[in-house]
Design a protein around this ligand. Structure first.
Ligand SMILES: [Zn+2]
Length: 119
């Protein structure tokens, strides 16, 4: 039997660590692998939301940074985390993201950050 094939079959698809019992060594690797795969396929956002609004410092301390979450064209059954941001620096409206790919949202995020830093 070819050694290389054995290695591939017995290692986690994500981190490549030896893992004879399953395709992935842990749930985090599984999520990460499918996330990368999804991005490579470039699904579009069909619905978007912001995880929570921040109105004051207390909201921020309790709930953390708001997340941009989306339903994707290739996986419509759950909300995917696309990015998170500092609400005092940038703001978004969910409708802005509809029709964009994950990478386009990240570019938009990056662009907003840049505008903020230059203002
Ligand atoms: Zn792994």
């Amino acid at each position: 039997m070819c050694n290389i094939d054995v290695t591939v079959l017995n290692s986690c698809l994500n981190c490549k660590q030896s893992n004879p019992n399953a395709v992935f060594c842990c749930d985090a690797c599984k999520d990460s692998y499918y996330e990368k795969k999804r991005q490579s396929l470039n699904p579009k956002i069909i619905e978007a939301r912001i995880s929570h609004e921040i109105h004051n410092m207390r909201d921020f301390l309790e709930k953390g940074k708001p997340r941009i979450e989306a339903i994707l064209s290739d996986d419509k059954d759950k909300w995917h985390k696309i990015a998170e941001y500092y609400p005092d620096e940038v703001s978004f409206h969910p409708a802005e993201f509809v029709g964009l790919t994950i990478n386009e949202v990240r570019q938009l995020h990056f662009q907003r950050d840049k505008e903020y830093l230059q203002s």
